[in-house]
Each structure stands twice: as structure tokens, then as C-alpha cells.
Design a binder for this molecule. Structure first.
Ligand SMILES: [Zn+2]
Length: 91
């Protein structure tokens, strides 16, 4: 067992340690990036969803009254059977 061998082992361990640290830092960095992208996407979806809810209209199959999807039952006859009218996305 020479000093060179011992130094070699220490060097290898140092390189391994640095490698692990870099990997962990890279992983944390990339996962936080993914997390913020997820957050952004979620926020976008929330905005789209709220707009969509406002735009969607429900047609009552009994009295044909058209009302907002925020309302759970027909304001005219009280029926809660829903027929969703999707908004026209073009134009
Ligand atoms: Zn109705």
C-alpha cells in the first residue's frame, strides 16, 4: 500500500463526490424548472377553464331556455337535466 494508491483512492472519491453533487444540483434545478412549468400550465388552464365556464351555455331540454353553466338547474322550469352548448371557438 503506497501513498500513491491512497492518493488515487482519495482522488477517485473526490471525483465521485463532485459528480454526485453536480447530479443532485442539476436534478434539483431541472425539477424546479418542471415544477414552475407545471404551475404555469395549471394557471393557464385555470384561466381557460374560467373563460370556458363563462362561455358555455346550457339549453333546457324541457322549456328550451338557455342559461349559464354556473347555474345547476333551469331558472325557468327548475329541471336539472343538462344539455351543454359548446361555444363556437372560431371567429
Ligand atoms: Zn327549463
Amino acid at each position: 500500500m503506497s501513498l500513491m494508491t491512497a492518493l488515487g483512492i482519495v482522488t477517485v472519491f473526490c471525483i465521485m463526490f463532485i459528480g454526485i453533487v453536480i447530479t443532485v444540483l442539476w436534478f434539483v434545478h431541472s425539477s424546479s424548472k418542471i415544477e414552475s412549468q407545471k404551475e404555469l400550465k395549471k394557471r393557464k388552464m385555470d384561466i381557460i377553464d374560467s373563460h370556458f365556464t363563462e362561455m358555455v351555455r346550457i339549453e333546457c331540454p324541457y322549456c328550451l331556455a338557455i342559461y349559464s353553466s354556473n347555474t345547476s338547474e333551469c331558472p325557468t322550469c327548475g329541471a336539472n337535466a343538462k344539455k351543454i352548448l359548446f361555444p363556437e371557438m372560431h371567429g
